[in-house]
Design a protein around this ligand. Structure first.
Ligand code: MN3
Length: 197
């Protein structure tokens, strides 16, 4: 299967002022686009792997030949993570349902405590990577992954991810990763996040 760069469900300027248009254009077209191209290049001419879905590839990294394992982990992970990320965002955000908020309360104490713990994971990810809200067999957890590693490779189900690579925020926020994390909450589509559970 040839992987393709998914279209965004909104215009690249629609998340302003929280995520700026230039960042969205470069991030989607160039960065995500490169992950897709590099993933396809790694799989080209290997029909047994070309026929696999992205989920099959990422949950079976140890079964891939060593010659393509790193490329699939990095570029397949990049494709998978960014696809989830774009889908979790919407102009103006979409509010959280009382049902899901009570699940967050159960797991983390309160919505504020959840956001604080998520922010902490996103800030402490040294270098490049992601912060995640995941489900592990129905139990909500916060994790972070380095580079483009995807939680699905560790048997976790992603509900919400935040890209904290510098390419995700540096044009608008420079070194102020904390401000970018705070701004992110204004454009999260909680209906999508909840639907993943
Ligand atoms: Mn990115």
């Amino acid at each position: 299967m040839k992987f393709v760069l998914p279209e965004l469900n909104y215009k690249t300027d629609a998340l302003e002022p929280y995520i700026d248009q230039k960042t969205m254009e470069i991030h989607h077209q160039k960065h995500h686009g490169a992950y897709v191209n590099n993933l396809n290049a790694a799989l080209e001419g290997k029909p047994e792997f070309e026929s696999m879905t992205i989920e099959e590839l990422l949950t079976g990294l140890d079964k891939l030949p060593e010659s393509i394992r790193g490329a699939v982990r990095n570029n397949g992970g990049g494709h998978y993570n960014h696809t989830l990320f774009w889908e979790s965002l919407t102009p103006g955000g979409k509010s959280i349902s009382p049902e899901f908020e009570s699940k967050l309360n159960e797991a983390f104490g309160s919505l504020e405590a959840f956001k604080a713990a998520f922010k902490d994971a996103a800030l402490k990810r040294f270098g490049s990577g992601w912060a995640w809200l995941v489900s592990e067999g129905g139990k909500l957890k916060i994790v972070s992954t380095p580079n483009q590693d995807a939680p699905i490779s560790d048997g976790l189900s992603e509900l919400l991810g935040l890209d904290v690579w510098e390419h995700a925020y540096y044009l608008n926020y420079q070194n102020r990763r904390a401000d970018y994390i705070e701004a992110f909450w204004s454009v999260v589509d909680w209906s999508v996040v909840e639907g993943r559970l």
